[in-house]
Design a binder for this molecule. Sequence first.
Ligand SMILES: *[C@@H]1O[C@H](CO)[C@@H](O)[C@H](O)[C@H]1NC(C)=O
Ligand SMILES: *[C@@H]1O[C@H](CO)[C@@H](O)[C@H](O)[C@H]1NC(C)=O
Ligand SMILES: *[C@@H]1O[C@H](CO)[C@@H](O)[C@H](O)[C@H]1NC(C)=O
Length: 522
Amino acid sequence: MRATCFFLLLALGVHAAVQSDLVKYDSKGRLAYTKNSQGDRIMDYSSVGYRGGQALPDPSVIPTKVTLNPSGGDDTATIQAALNKVAALPLDSNGFRGAVYLRPGTFHISTLTLSASGVILRGAGLDSSRGTTIQTKSDVMPIQIYGSTKAQLGTKKYFLTKTNVPFGGNTLPMQSTAGLKVGDSVYIYSTITAKFIHLLGMDQMVRDGEAQRWITAGQTVTTDRVIVAVTNNSITLDAGFPDSIRPELFDSDKDLPYVVTYTWDRLQNVGVENLRAIHPATTESNTDGFIDIDKAYNCWVRSLFLQDYGTGGKARLASDELRVRTVVTTQGDSKMITIQGLDIRYTYTDNKIAAPPQILSMLGTQILHRDSNITGGGKFWPMSSGSPRARGPTVHYNVNINAGSGAQAVPHMRWSTGILYDNIVNPQGSVAISYRGIMGSGHGWTMGWGVIWNCEAATLCAQNPSNMYNSSTPVLYHNWLVGGKGKNIPGYQSTELIGTYDHVGTMVSPDSLYIAQVKNKK
Ligand SMILES: *[C@@H]1O[C@H](CO)[C@@H](O)[C@H](O)[C@H]1NC(C)=O
Ligand SMILES: *[C@@H]1O[C@H](CO)[C@@H](O)[C@H](O)[C@H]1NC(C)=O
Ligand SMILES: *[C@@H]1O[C@H](CO)[C@@H](O)[C@H](O)[C@H]1NC(C)=O
């Protein structure tokens, strides 16, 4: 009977993959979300990436304005002068000034800064003989995309109403919206409260007799959004609010979140693409990152081969100084950045340091990392975040890691929210959202409202942030583990804690949550 049904389904061409219970297609082929008893649901990640989820521009629409050959000596000044020359050209109708094109060969650089909108640094490709290689120096950040202006804040505070807002929606209830309009850029300010910290038991961590500090009560958390709809008593944002709002966890009415408008001619349309970069072969101070982005939006990094960046190395081992830098970093004032097609390699695997480096650190909002391979290197955190400034929606999609059991695709420490790990394959390592307790002087709970979707790892798990010191405490925060394959499920740090699981052990439909959500938007 079962066999007959199976062949009948095949004959009818029915898609075999089982649907997720949490996000599934309705009868009209639209994505529908299942809420839990508190009203929380998985968030919509479709606004993540360049221009809110759009494909990166074809290189042909951005003309080359300066072409350079390698000099054989230090090329830093020549390339920086070319970038400055393009920065002085007018913006075209697509928002670009043009590209500086590095012809095949090897360029030697220390630090380059891209700080004008519409300027692209482009190489001739990743082929080791026909492509463009940049050989960088130790102890510098080779590429910096830094805006020089900052947001100008409005003077009025628009307060939310004192009501529960479940996680996963885009609409916030407002006391008044008079003065707010569609298209306004806004910051939503909320506060880390002592009651929230206590709920998770994060004020009770003790290591060697000393109290451990997780995150600090009173700290303000900023969410960067654009208003897409306004009613008399609500605003709707271009992306979900990356937390639930629970007045029962306010310490006082001063913790009511509020909205402030801003204007900002922020750095945008800057890209670095199509080149190889090699860190000096010595491991003496093999501690540097490759690219750092801040005060910028609608920017990208694509198609890069990066060798031996940010790996810690012997200088770190000797001094135990915290000078490791992440390879690709987006800082807290970054927004809608796409990091696509990284081929990250390590030529040695003797990295045994206690606190391994991170490869990607993505603060800011709507940051997309996709289509990368990470090979070699031993122990590290390939995809990380760690601060209340790492506020989703943020996505890692389609990443293959082949780096041994020490490669942990995990949020590193303390509190970030709303990150999606989608189709991450890390067969010897882990993909995990978990409790880290007193490790690293109080890493504690690493994330809330995270999603692991159709990933494969040796250790695959999600845990719901709950109070390890008082089992009667209600569980008000979730992390979702949907589909995917791995051993040791759950069982990372603690086998008792588990997250909100759906069809773990099999790949579900939709194959990719992010791609399905982007398609659903159209
Ligand atoms: C919104 O507020 C305006 C001004 O107070 C009022 O005239 C209008 O009727 C209100 N609309 C709704 C739908 O409540
Ligand atoms: C990653 O590896 C896959 C499979 O080998 C390959 O198709 C893809 O081009 C690689 N991507 C990068 C950025 O190296
Ligand atoms: C444990 O949590 C429950 C529920 O919040 C609370 O009533 C109780 O007082 C807590 N116990 C201790 C020892 O703090």
